[in-house]
Design a protein around this ligand. Structure first.
Ligand SMILES: [Zn+2]
Length: 381
């Protein structure tokens, strides 16, 4: 696989577009209904206006009497309302996807990874889909987030590597959303089931190409956005053929991406471990420098090595983690992140996090950290 280029939907014919829109609408409706049914309680949403204040929201029916415990985001995109019985309801905002530059959401999906990206031109990307619902529901945690954003299609879906805490939520995504392109690493998962199912769904998705990017490839996601592949396994491989533990081999096949926009950069590392981090540090050196790091392997002690972090030197480090028996995140890993000056955010404690980069003609300082949900709504699984 060489450089991946050309806008996907623009490349398709008008007839295909119309069919896609019909499919798109059905999928969105089913997704929204499913999420509504999955909620334990629901207040008919009153559309929030960007001019709303907490006081005006609290006084307006049907919200009167409810306690507004969170906030309307600075861009008016969403808020969390707490009812007196502690049930929390997420009201989607006006939906400004793509209008404000680039946004990266580190979605609180429990123990697993899911990062959702809104691109400057209105397209979007999802890196991993998180785990299945821990209580057995067919609706994974990522579905609630996507419904809250009003998402109906996803242009670019990346599976960093075939472990269930990264792929299980993607089955629902392929079933309920139109997907434009699927980026996959090329290693089996001998220790778990379901990876082939997601790959089969991707192969069966109308108009969706499955591609296996190689290190060094650039992905054409949106004008002005540079996406570079730093690690992957582009050739077919089997984890059982290698002497290391299969799980470590699969982790180390994670697709690693560096996304740069408007002078800001985000490094997505999947679950790569310290041996791959060492190779990346020697191969790319200061090119690894990034403002934001999606911390490797949920803060495992076997990732976030000092030599690697010395090259990345992130200002913000996001750990995607939930309740687990692995000791994630390890205190030693968090200490190494803090030692290079990173402010550490954890989705289990802080909820879903947004990092937004405003449109910038100067290539400069448009980046802000935007909290989007109080801990306890998207978190708590
Ligand atoms: Zn993982």
């Amino acid at each position: 696989m060489d450089t991946v280029s050309s806008p996907i939907f623009l490349a398709e014919g008008e007839g295909a577009d119309m069919r896609d829109m019909a499919t798109d609408g059905r999928k969105a409706w089913v997704a929204s209904l499913a999420v509504l049914l999955g909620m334990s309680a629901w207040t008919l949403p009153t559309r929030a206006r960007a001019s709303d204040t907490l006081e005006s929201l609290a006084s307006r029916d049907p919200l009167a009497g409810l306690s507004v415990s969170s906030f309307l985001g600075p861009d008016g995109r969403g808020m969390v309302i707490s009812r007196s019985d502690s049930v929390e309801v997420f009201l989607p905002g006006p939906g400004t996807a793509g209008a404000a530059g680039l946004s990266v959401f580190f979605v609180s999906v429990g123990q697993g990874d899911a990062e959702y990206i809104e691109l400057p031109d209105g397209r979007n990307a999802l890196i991993d889909g998180g785990p299945a619902d821990s209580s057995g529901s067919a609706i994974p945690p990522i579905a609630k987030f996507l419904a809250g954003r009003g998402v109906t299609k996803i242009d670019h879906v990346v599976l960093t590597h075939p472990h269930a805490d990264h792929y299980a939520g993607l089955g629902y995504v392929f079933d309920n959303f139109q997907v434009g392109r699927f980026y996959d690493t090329r290693i089996d998962n001998s220790g778990a089931t379901g990876d082939d199912l997601v790959r089969q769904k991707a192969a069966a998705e109308p108009g969706c190409a499955s591609v296996h990017p190689a290190p060094g490839d650039s992905l054409d996601w949106a004008p002005g956005v540079a996406v570079r592949v730093l690690n992957s396994c582009p050739e077919p491989s089997r984890s059982s053929d290698v002497e290391m533990g299969a799980s470590e081999v699969i982790n180390n096949c994670s697709i690693v991406l560096k996304v740069v926009y408007g002078g800001s950069s985000v490094l997505f590392t999947g679950d790569v471990q310290d041996d791959v981090e060492a190779r990346l540090a020697s191969e790319y050196g200061d090119e690894l420098r990034a403002d934001v790091l999606k911390v490797g392997h949920h803060g495992s002690k076997h990732s976030s090595s000092a030599a690697f972090l010395d090259k990345v030197r992130p200002d913000l480090a996001y750990i995607e983690v939930g309740r687990n028996s692995y000791g994630h995140p390890a205190e030693t890993a968090v200490a190494r992140l803090q030692a290079v000056g990173a402010s550490v955010r954890r989705t289990d404690r802080d909820g879903t996090q947004e990092y937004a980069v405003a449109p910038s003609t100067q290539g400069g300082d448009g980046a802000t950290e935007v909290p989007v949900a109080a801990a306890g709504f998207f978190a708590g699984r």
